[in-house]
Design a protein around this ligand. Structure first.
Ligand code: S3P
Length: 446
């Protein structure tokens, strides 16, 4: 059988109009399954992201004996088994492309009585896991990694965990969450201090499940040995998915789009801050609270963007949005400079290099640094062929770029868009961004 690759072809030009709700928040969806599974009682989730990443988490907990029903689209009922009710899975837990699943599960599974082996796809297998394995070992976990601290991870059960006081060297919500989840099973107090604010969905959801988490400035702290009580969860629309439309409507003249029910947790809104500094017109409408998370509708209209120096403190708050922010920079007047973002090199792809080579193919002048990029904006982009290297956010970022391209952009290796944003193409088409899909034999040039 010939292996096939999915390419996108995004026609050049156009503008966006209409009202949409983008896919559910990926980070919150993962956590709803994890915490729901180890809680007591049934957790009803609404707005769950039916993407491959969060479904990998769901499958992992089913494999550990948790009954999880999916009565209709976006609805999930998790029949919690309590902190000590998970059962040994029959085989490896395959987490596909999902770094969040692997890093958070590493913490949670360090506290179990049985062994687990965590595997992933070729992208995940290249990603660093020592950032969780090292501090978890300090807590008493027994974890084997492949060479260089990469997956697969073999987590030995039966380890006696104890709390630690950990100052994270990188601003990572995945590391923080992994240690807090291990801390549930540890004797004593687990304290994590972050060098800069990162998303706090784990802390919020633990509190929502009745587990006491002390939070003070950059510190998050909990005691082991408590219990979680099931709670209903409304998953907001993912601001990281909304970001594609925030940029699309900003760069396409005459656009006017309303994005409904978007999660605007202040640890996630860096993209709005950065776009506003660039001159974007984004209005936050009907702010409200839903299930412990702030939510709003975002109205975005076309605007003349200008290049900026991106404030370093906004970097962790917009960490997943840089591929599409680079597209905004390429369409802005003047130069945009990003530094302090070396983390982009260890995401689903090296997002600095992969974006740089795609933007160059579209005629953009730029310079890369180990921790960032300088992009010279242009009035319009050329059409051409770019490679997403299997990175979902890069595939969608170049789809957005087509709005300012003089010709079509062909983007190769786009199947992973389904990891975070199933239904991206039809939803984009409904507001005027047309992206065709083509299946080609692997190995064919773009
Ligand atoms: C996530 C945290 C971020 C982000 C990822 C999801 C999470 O990773 O890039 O897509 O859900 O905790 P880091 O915390 O490692 O930066």
């Amino acid at each position: 059988m010939t292996a096939h690759r999915t390419d996108f072809i995004a026609s050049g030009g156009g503008s966006l109009r209409g009202e949409i709700r983008v896919a559910g928040d990926k980070s919150i969806s993962h956590r709803s399954i994890m915490l729901g599974s180890i809680a007591e009682g049934v957790t009803e989730v609404e707005g769950f992201l039916e993407g491959e990443d969060s479904l990998a988490t769901l499958a992992a907990f089913r494999a550990m004996g948790v009954r999880i029903d999916r009565p209709s689209a976006g609805r999930v009922s998790v029949h919690g088994v309590g902190l000590h009710g998970l059962r040994v899975p029959a085989g490896d837990l395959d987490l596909g492309n999902s770094g969040t699943s692997m890093r958070l599960l590493a913490g949670l599974l360090s506290g179990q009585s049985f062994d687990t082996r965590l595997i992933g796809d070729s992208s995940l297998t290249r990603r660093p896991m020592a950032r969780v394995a090292d501090p978890l070992r300090q807590m008493g976990a027994r974890i084997d990694t492949a060479e260089g601290g990469r997956p697969p991870l073999l987590i030995h059960g039966g380890a006696a965990l104890h709390g630690i006081d950990y100052r994270m060297p990188v601003a990572s919500a995945q590391v923080k969450s992994s240690l807090l989840l291990a801390g549930l099973y540890a004797e004593g107090t687990t304290t994590v201090v972050e060098p800069a604010p990162t998303r706090d969905h784990t802390e919020r959801m633990l509190s929502g499940f009745g587990y006491k988490v002390r939070r003070e400035g950059s510190l998050a702290q909990l005691q082991g040995g408590g219990r979680l009580v099931a709670a209903d969860i409304q998953v907001p629309a993912d601001i990281s998915s909304a970001a594609f439309f925030l940029v699309a409507a900003s760069i396409a003249r005459g656009s006017d789009v309303l994005l409904k029910d978007v999660g605007i947790n202040p640890t996630r809104t860096g993209v709005i801050g950065i776009l506003r500094l660039m001159g974007a017109s984004i209005e936050v409408v009907s702010e409200r609270e839903s299930g412990g998370e702030p939510v709003a509708d975002l109205r975005v209209r076309g605007a003349a963007l200008r290049g900026i120096e991106i404030p370093v403190d906004l970097v962790p708050l917009a960490i997943d949005e840089f591929p599409v922010l680079f597209v905004a920079a390429a369409c802005a007047e003047g130069e945009t400079l990003l530094r302090g973002a070396e983390e982009l090199r260890v995401k689903e792809s090296d997002r600095i290099e992969v974006m740089a080579s795609g933007l160059r193919a579209l005629g953009v002048e730029l310079e890369t640094f180990p921790d960032g990029i300088r992009i010279c904006g242009r009035a319009s982009l050329a059409g051409g062929s770019v490679d997403s290297c299997g990175d979902h956010r890069i595939a969608m970022a170049f789809s957005v770029a087509s709005l300012r391209a003089t010709d079509a952009i062909t983007i190769s290796d786009c199947a992973n868009v389904a990891t975070s944003f199933p239904g991206f193409r039809p939803l984009a088409a409904s507001v005027g961004l047309t992206v065709e899909e083509r299946s080609v034999p692997s190995g064919t040039g773009p």
